[in-house]
Design a binder for this molecule. Structure first.
Ligand SMILES: *Cc1c(COP(=O)(O)O)cnc(C)c1O
Length: 451
């Protein structure tokens, strides 16, 4: 009998996260303060985020950061997640490739996001913080944060994009189940929200409005810190448990990946899986290919520009050096809500610039076709975000079918799609469309940025 699932013993779980910043051939250029134009320091960031996260954010020295014992204890509730050989998918594709996936959909709340929500809440608690706040669009991050906050005895206040709250009511019920206070954004509970509503009483909300409200709450409430579920370096750092486990699990399977693939929103699940493998490319030991799969309608990696830009629509964050489509870029309303983000994290942007990885953009209908094939073969309904990774994997596997190469492909199943059934319903009814952007649309928006 061929082994299909590979798991780790508790004693084999990673005890450190991997900080690729310490080993990159070209370190990222610093993020800067929008007014002073000075490189950002820990003190600047610590006004908003838990201090230890800020230290990790800017750490370009230590390649290995110990996972606190208390976080490790919580990881043990659900880690390791399975590494699975996708025999049925391989067979359906008729490919000689060996396809493996790391199943992060088996995490609490159904996605990888909990891996960073736990340490962020732990550090907040350690520092005497009593409340955490954040924004959420589709709700995956808000749900993970709400659970992690309850684990460490913190109050959580989540600003959810108003339109998502109406379209996906179950997501707010999930957050409230864990005790979080959920507010539709824009709301009347903050200055920023009141201003937005005064200007436009029917504003349906965006991640930009929700970030503004959450940051305002954090900066005006004693004992309250803001948390973020993607984009930032410390979030990708926490997610490296995925790749570190996968490396050991691949060894149990007697293989090492030729190609590593993950979907891409801000870069945390991609970095989490890819960075631990990439460290062997950096030393010249291996030549694995790394592919980040993004939506065709939000192509910052394949068609964006490398420059300083804000991390949010309102312009509250520092200026980050990144591949971007412009912070006021409004992605089409695709179902992969977690990938509707205008920019790429700082580390990944530098790695892309240096040719250490590549991006690929995928039309929405192709991602759903891929998701459906995966569901029917492997028995897990993937999140629409994860289906981008599956589609990119299928493209690679088909190349192997043509060339006869037995490549080993590893992708991240970042989450399941069981609360995305309206999206599947629309696809099955033939109602989903693709959104292509013209070069002019992209260029116009980037030209408008004059800072
Ligand atoms: C949030 C999310 C993503 C995208 O975020 P990254 O930081 O790019 O990983 C991908 N998949 C799922 C299931 C998500 O919830």
């Amino acid at each position: 009998m061929k082994q299909k699932r590979f798991l780790l013993e508790e004693s084999e779980l990673p005890r450190e996260w991997y900080n690729i910043q310490a080993e990159m051939p070209t370190k990222p250029i610093p993020s800067i303060h929008p007014q002073t134009r000075q490189p950002l320091g820990v003190d600047d960031l610590a006004q908003i985020f838990p201090r230890e996260c800020c230290v990790q954010e800017l750490d370009t020295e230590h390649a290995w950061i110990p996972i606190p014992e208390e976080v490790l204890e919580k990881y043990k509730y659900y880690r390791s997640t399975p590494l699975v050989r996708a025999y049925a998918l391989e067979e359906a594709l008729g490919t000689p490739a060996h396809i493996y996936y790391k199943n992060e959909s088996a995490c609490p709340l159904g996605s990888h996001k909990i891996n960073s929500a736990l340490p962020q809440c732990y550090y907040a608690k350690q520092e005497g913080t009593t409340n955490v706040t954040t924004e959420t669009g589709a709700g995956q991050w808000g749900a993970a944060l709400s659970y992690a906050a309850s684990v460490f005895g913190l109050e959580a206040a989540v600003y959810q994009v108003k339109i998502s709250m109406q379209q996906k009511p179950y997501r707010s019920s999930i957050m409230r189940t864990f005790g979080a206070a959920v507010t539709g954004s824009p709301s009347m509970s903050t200055r920023a929200g009141k201003d937005i509503i005064t200007r436009d009483p029917r504003h349906s909300g965006s991640l930009g409005t929700a970030i503004s409200e959450a940051i305002e709450l954090a900066t005006t409430t004693p004992g309250c810190k803001y948390t973020l579920g993607s984009v930032l370096n410390h979030v990708a750092l926490h997610q490296t448990v995925i790749g570190l486990e996968a490396e050991k699990q691949m060894a149990k399977a007697g293989e090492y990946p030729d190609v590593v693939i993950a979907c891409f929103g801000g870069g945390s699940n991609f970095g989490g899986l890819a960075f631990p493998f990439m460290r062997h490319n950096l030393t010249g030991e291996k030549q694995t290919k790394f592919i980040a799969a993004e939506p065709e309608s939000c192509p910052k990696l394949t068609r964006g520009q490398f420059r300083y830009d804000f991390g949010d629509e309102a312009g509250y964050t520092p200026l980050l050096p990144m591949f971007t489509l412009g912070h006021d870029f409004k992605p089409a309303n695709i179902h992969a809500g977690g990938l509707r983000y205008h920019g790429a994290g700082v580390i990944v942007s530098q790695l892309l610039k240096d040719g250490m990885m590549s991006g690929v953009d995928i039309p929405q209908t192709e991602t759903f076709e891929a998701g459906l094939l995966f569901a029917r073969t492997e028995g897990i309904i993937p999140a629409p975000e994860s289906s981008h990774a599956i589609a990119a994997t299928i493209r690679e596997a088909e190349k192997c079918r043509q060339t006869g190469e037995e490549k080993v492909i590893l992708f991240n199943l970042s989450g399941h799609g069981l609360i995305d059934m309206t999206a599947y319903e629309q696809f099955l009814n033939g109602d989903l469309v693709n959104y292509q952007l013209s070069d002019d649309e992209i260029a116009n928006r980037l030209e408008k940025m004059d800072f």
